[in-house]
Structures are given as structure tokens and as C-alpha cells.
Design a protein around this ligand. Structure first.
Ligand SMILES: [Zn+2]
Length: 166
């Protein structure tokens, strides 16, 4: 089956790796220590995406595909089908707390929309697995799960807790 992962960029492998691992194997229906023959897609972000990607490739031997958001690029023609994102307009670009280069805040939503529409086109079993940290917001994860829900796809949400949120 195809598992699409969306999750908090603040997930850490030492703190959350085990829960992410169990969540993926549970969603894939893995039994008796066999990982099965699955494919994992992620949004190529830091945190949960990278942890899930590494588990899939290195531990489970699954195929993996990464769909990167182009944070530097805007797309003023993009109309959000679920109407949540603020469209690209003058002054909408932001700077991350740890960075200096402005980015487009709709890029992640556009990547999510693409990932979900690509998944809809694929035949066979599929599921979207979310690893949000609700206490830290996880707006992007909620966005991706919402898009999957609107598209009629099966979804699983495995919430994580964070020491940083205490
Ligand atoms: Zn933009």
C-alpha cells in the first residue's frame, strides 16, 4: 500500500522515533515482525517527514518518494480548493524564527494539495498518516489531513507530545 506521511517539523527522532515507527507499522497493517512491501511518500520537511522517510528506507526496506515544497517560490495563480491558505499577495512572505530568507507560507499547502491529488490518482490501498504535535499547532499537518479527508481518503492521526510544549 501507499502511506503518505504528514507531520510536525518539530518531531525529534530520539523523542518521537519509536511512536512514529509504531504508527507507520500499525497503519500499514504490519504483522509478526514482517514490514511488508509498501511505499511511503512524505513532504520532505524536517521532523516527522525525515524520521518517517529514514525508517521506511533504512529499517523497513520500503520504497520512498519525497514531494518537496518550493518555499522560495510564489504562485499567485493558485486558488486553494479548501480555501484555508492566504493567497500570494504583496507582503505575505514570512521569515522563519531560525532563518533570514523570506519564504512563501502557501508553499506547504500547495505541496500538500499536490501530494493528495497525486495519491487520489493511484490505484490500490492507501492511507494518509499524520504525526501532529497539537500543543505546537501543527497547522500544516492539520491542513494535509483535511485535504485527505475532503478527497475521501482514509486517514490516521497519531498525535505526539513534546517536551518543548510544556
Ligand atoms: Zn507566495
Amino acid at each position: 500500500m501507499i502511506l503518505v506521511v504528514t507531520g510536525s517539523r518539530f518531531a525529534k527522532s530520539d523523542e518521537h522515533g519509536s511512536r512514529i515507527r509504531h504508527g507507520l507499522l500499525w497503519a500499514a497493517g504490519a504483522r509478526d515482525g514482517a514490514f511488508g512491501d509498501h511505499e511511503l511518500w512524505d513532504g520532505s520537511a524536517s521532523g516527522a517527514d525525515g524520521i518517517a522517510h529514514d525508517l521506511a528506507r533504512e529499517d523497513f526496506g520500503w520504497k520512498a518518494k519525497r514531494l518537496t515544497a518550493s518555499w522560495s517560490e510564489c504562485d499567485p495563480t493558485w486558488v486553494d480548493p479548501i480555501g484555508k491558505a492566504v493567497p500570494c499577495a504583496p507582503g505575505h512572505r514570512k521569515v522563519r524564527s531560525n532563518g533570514t530568507t523570506p519564504y512563501c507560507p502557501t508553499a506547504g499547502f500547495r505541496r500538500n494539495a499536490l501530494m493528495i491529488s497525486e495519491l487520489v490518482k493511484v490505484e490500490g490501498r492507501k492511507v494518509v498518516v499524520g504525526f501532529p504535535i497539537p500543543a505546537l499547532g501543527s497547522r500544516g499537518t492539520v491542513d494535509c489531513l483535511t485535504r485527505a479527508l475532503h478527497a475521501g481518503l482514509p486517514i490516521v492521526s497519531v498525535p505526539l507530545t513534546s517536551k518543548d510544549a510544556l
